[in-house]
Design a protein around this ligand. Structure first.
Ligand SMILES: Cc1ncc(COP(=O)(O)O)c(C=O)c1O
Length: 381
């Protein structure tokens, strides 16, 4: 196998003939956008996760925006979340005129540190938003208890963790509402897409209206003027997920357990290869957690080695990535007043982390190519 001829990305979708046939079939049907497959996909997501309701939307970002709105976040409110995430987790609060209070992370899981949450709660806090970093669920028992004590809601950012479990329960059921993503590198894909999962029927109804301009069919006033009548009561968006996307999602959802099983095998091979290698720190798995391994986030013990390692791996055609540039490092957030140095654990985590290739179609040879390169590079440096 030639390293140069065969670059390995850090993540990649798995599309098979069944996925393709499902999409082709819907292209030949009467419905391209909202048709019967939206309900079917939502019901299948509910069945899979155990969440009472699922609302399919056009991206994970739209899912966060809709979930925050439906959970009651408004101008002047605050959310508490982790800086070790994709900017969308925080951005979706800003869309609603709310502000973000970051709380530092646990040094090992990369998830929000429950010990630090209470100190960040103010009289404006409305939501706590844990992010299941790399597909490892956050400490929901503790986070939900803190939220209950302070009359707050928990909205999980489970963009990484569909298929993961926490104390035997699947992501999608661990918080008041959960937002997930179906971007191609995620546990399953609809190309672009996402969903809000919840047991709260009112919240699901509000999220459903939000995805379609805030318009309701029929009337809630006494102004019904005919069968065409509809009313817009809230300012919503066009966040609909089409039947074409849902056809792909339904087919992918049938394959999700297989995807997660293969990710777990790959993580086992990585763990065995790096155990005891000086210079690397392995990802941890907390008791009671079965991670989905969206990412395999390896850390170097010496932060000075991270950049040369990433560059050497790229030269070898191995597409490692860094998750994440902490949200408060982004110039936009700096302009809002956030400063480097404010969240030292997340910043140290960022300095040392790199995501190795991790996707279900990786062969054992692909995985060995990554482990051989990582072991030889760390031993040489
Ligand atoms: C943690 C996290 N939250 C939210 C998102 C946003 O999802 P999407 O790209 O589907 O809008 C992502 C996507 O990368 C993510 O990783």
């Amino acid at each position: 196998m030639s390293d140069q001829a065969d670059p390995l990305p850090y993540g990649r979708q798995s599309i098979n003939d069944d996925d393709i046939a499902a999409v082709v079939e819907v292209l030949r049907s009467d419905f391209l956008t909202t048709g019967p497959l939206v309900d079917r996909f939502e019901n299948a997501l509910s069945d899979y996760t155990g969440a009472g309701r699922a609302v399919a939307v056009s991206s994970g970002t739209a899912a966060l925006h809709a979930a925050y709105f439906a959970a009651g976040l408004r101008r002047g409110d605050e959310i508490i979340t982790s800086p070790m995430t994709f900017a969308a987790t925080a951005n979706a609060a800003l869309y609603l005129g709310a502000t973000v209070r970051f709380v530092d992370i646990e040094p090992d899981t990369g998830n929000i540190d429950p010990d630090l949450i209470e100190d960040a709660i103010t009289d404006r806090t409305r939501l706590i938003v844990p992010v299941d970093y790399a597909g490892h669920p956050a400490d929901y028992d503790r986070i939900n208890r803190i939220a209950a004590d302070h009359d707050l809601k928990v909205v999980a950012d489970a963009a990484h963790s569909l298929g993961a479990t926490y104390r035997g329960r699947r992501c999608g059921t661990l918080a008041h509402a959960t937002a997930t993503s179906f971007h191609p590198v995620k546990p399953l894909t609809t190309a672009e897409g996402g969903a809000v999962l919840t047991d709260d029927a009112d919240l699901a109804d509000r999220a459903g209206r939000f995805r379609t301009h805030g318009i309701v069919k029929g009337t809630r006033t006494d102004e019904h003027e005919g069968p065409w009548w509809c009313e817009m009561h809230e300012l919503g968006f066009n966040y609909r997920l089409s039947d074409v996307h849902c056809a792909l999602g339904l087919s992918q959802l049938r394959r999700l357990d297989g995807f997660v099983a293969r990710r777990r095998e790959i993580a086992d091979i990585y763990n065995r290869a790096f155990a005891g290698i000086d210079g690397y720190q392995l990802p941890v798995v907390r008791e009671g957690v079965e991670p989905g391994w969206h990412l395999y986030a390896l850390r170097v013990t010496d932060p000075g080695r991270r950049r040369p390692l990433v560059e050497s791996l790229h030269e070898a055609g191995i597409g490692v990535q860094v998750h994440y540039v902490p949200v408060h490092y982004h110039p936009y957030y700096r302009k809002l007043g956030f400063q480097r140095g404010a969240y030292p654990v997340a910043e140290d985590f960022y300095d040392r982390v790199l995501s190795l290739p991790m996707f279900p179609a990786m062969t054992d040879d692909d995985v060995r190519r990554v482990t051989d390169a990582c072991v030889s590079l760390v031993c040489r440096s």
